[in-house]
Design a protein around this ligand. Structure first.
Ligand code: SME
Length: 157
């Protein structure tokens, strides 16, 4: 395993394309999902320069904060609440271009401007969500959705 990520591209899609194989080798041979989620957070935060990257895990009837990188975050989110709770409730990816315009958005950091949340579904049940925040408006689109889903698929093989 390389000790450092190597991202030379400047465009988003190219960055993801460089990052994906590096994350793949980072996770290879490790079966612990918490360890893999933790390294994925670091790789995405530092490889893509996001404000906040983290997982919330479904525990009983709440989302509970899991591995993350970035500013401190709220620890528990109810079903249907905020962007994360919405992605859990609907089992759909939610892309928010301007968090101030999303009803019920939970502001963990005042620096967060846009957000994507992808549900992680195993046997038709959401078991966790991946939440990525940006300090710029409209940062996320179908490119992020595609590559973040590919990265999730590497964690839960
Ligand atoms: N903004 C999220 C809460 C989690 S933080 O962004 C880390 C939401 O509305 O669900």
């Amino acid at each position: 395993m390389a000790e450092e990520l190597s991202i030379t591209a400047t465009g988003k899609e190219e960055k993801y394309k460089q990052l994906l194989p590096q994350i793949k080798s980072l996770l290879q041979g490790e079966s612990d999902s918490i360890a893999n989620m933790a390294n994925v957070c670091a790789a995405l935060k530092y490889g893509m320069n996001f404000l906040w990257v983290g997982f919330y895990l479904v525990k009983e009837n709440e989302l509970v904060l899991g591995p993350f990188q970035g500013p401190i975050a709220c620890t528990r989110i109810s079903k249907g609440k905020g962007v994360c709770g919405k992605a859990w409730e609907t089992s759909e990816t939610v892309i928010v271009e301007d968090v101030e315009l999303f009803p019920g958005h939970i502001a963990c950091s005042s620096l967060s401007k846009s957000e994507i949340v992808i549900p992680i579904i195993i046997n038709n049940k959401v078991v966790a969500v991946l939440d990525v925040d940006s300090d710029e408006l409209s940062s996320f689109d179908q490119i992020d959705r595609y590559f973040l889903q590919e990265i999730i698929n590497l964690i839960y093989l």
